[in-house]
Design a protein around this ligand. Structure first.
Ligand code: SF4
Length: 151
């Protein structure tokens, strides 16, 4: 049987879900003969690959860059896994939704900054709301939890 082509990706999340993946510890060694990890925050891949069997995605869709990334992933992937509560419900990133992006950026970069009070020119362009992945593209598997347990 050929190895499954796997990617993991990170949208608007804290990386705790990826830490949970790593917490699978020796079970990752059991998986290793069956998967080929082509892209992930855990590996150094410069380009997003084609013809993915499984994509495991952490985080909500909170920025223009997130939106572009998840659409690319969906187009190139057979099974899309929404990993963790931020991906499944928008969870923590959605706490900003009642305020709107402008108020959030002002709070972070102006009101709570001691020095250089300005919104960085290259700050990610936020969408009006942080959204769960399935509101944006179809999802095949949901794995809730904050973070989901390694088990
Ligand atoms: Fe972090 Fe929890 Fe969101 Fe995972 S679900 S990215 S652990 S806040």
């Amino acid at each position: 049987m050929s190895k499954k082509r796997l990617v993991t990706a990170w949208l608007d999340g804290c990386s705790g879900c990826h830490m949970s993946l790593l917490d699978m510890d020796e079970r990752l060694l059991e998986l290793a003969p069956h998967i080929h990890v082509l892209a992930s925050p855990l590996v150094d891949a410069k380009q997003y690959p084609d013809e993915i069997d499984i994509a495991v995605v952490e985080g909500a869709v909170g920025s223009v860059a997130d939106l572009k990334k998840i659409k690319t992933i969906r187009e190139r992937t057979r099974i899309l896994v929404s990993l963790g509560d931020c991906a499944v419900t928008a969870n923590v990133p959605a706490m900003r939704n009642p305020l709107g992006p402008k108020a959030v950026l002002q709070c972070a970069y102006l009101e709570h900054a001691d020095l250089h009070q300005q919104v960085p020119q290259h700050a990610p362009a936020l969408l009006p709301r942080a959204r769960p992945i399935h509101e944006v593209v179809p999802v095949d598997v949901f794995v809730p939890g904050c973070p989901p347990s390694a088990d």
